[in-house]
Design a protein around this ligand. Sequence first.
Ligand SMILES: O=C(CO)[C@H](O)[C@H](O)COP(=O)(O)O
Ligand SMILES: [Fe+2]
Length: 228
Amino acid sequence: MAYSAKIGPSILSSDLSCLGSECVRMMESGADYLHLDVMDGHFVPNITFGHPMVECLRKSLGQDPFFDMHMMVSRPEQWVKPMAAAGANQYTFHIEATTNPGNLIKEIKESGMKVGLAIKPGTTVEELAPWANQIDMALVMTVEPGFGGQKFIEDMMPKVNWLRSQFPSLDIEVDGGVGPDTIHKCAEAGANMIVSGSAVIGSEDPRSVIALLRTVVAEAIQKRSLDR
Ligand SMILES: O=C(CO)[C@H](O)[C@H](O)COP(=O)(O)O
Ligand SMILES: [Fe+2]
């Protein structure tokens, strides 16, 4: 079992005028990686930031933090090279946004980044499955992409469960409405990369929330390995 519990705060709901210091605050609170939400106002009805911001964050934070780019954009092909040059570590694109996932996976790998493949709540996991052996991470959205602070959609858990049963060592990420109230469902289903925005950022004690999320997931991973 190659995968481990990792917690990646989404900085979407932080004070964006202090993005650099918010990222530092999350890393100092025990985050394993940073989940950076890129929205283009076209694939989703909201706009955030692009590669110039990522480049500034990389310069200010140094080489250490792992940047998981959640690309909620149409034509994700166009940002692969700029994001790689800006210092992104993983490029997670939506399968709904491209007609040629195979070529995009190849381009991302050639540019030196890891590959994440995301599905919206309305997309079946069978659409992702043919690519699962070529990617580093599968992202099962647990809200409709576009906004932080939405309610967790529990109906997505069978997708996670199925992916874990079919691909025992794949990194599986959940994103949207995940926090102390919903983490048990995600962990039991088999997710190991946990994005949490408002529950972590809005907490007075982000360190404790991150530690709790990681403990729940690590315990579920251990239980699964004992059950095998
Ligand atoms: O991709 C996203 C929204 O499209 C965000 O990563 C996600 O919503 C995280 O925020 P929260 O935990 O508050 O739901
Ligand atoms: Fe996200």
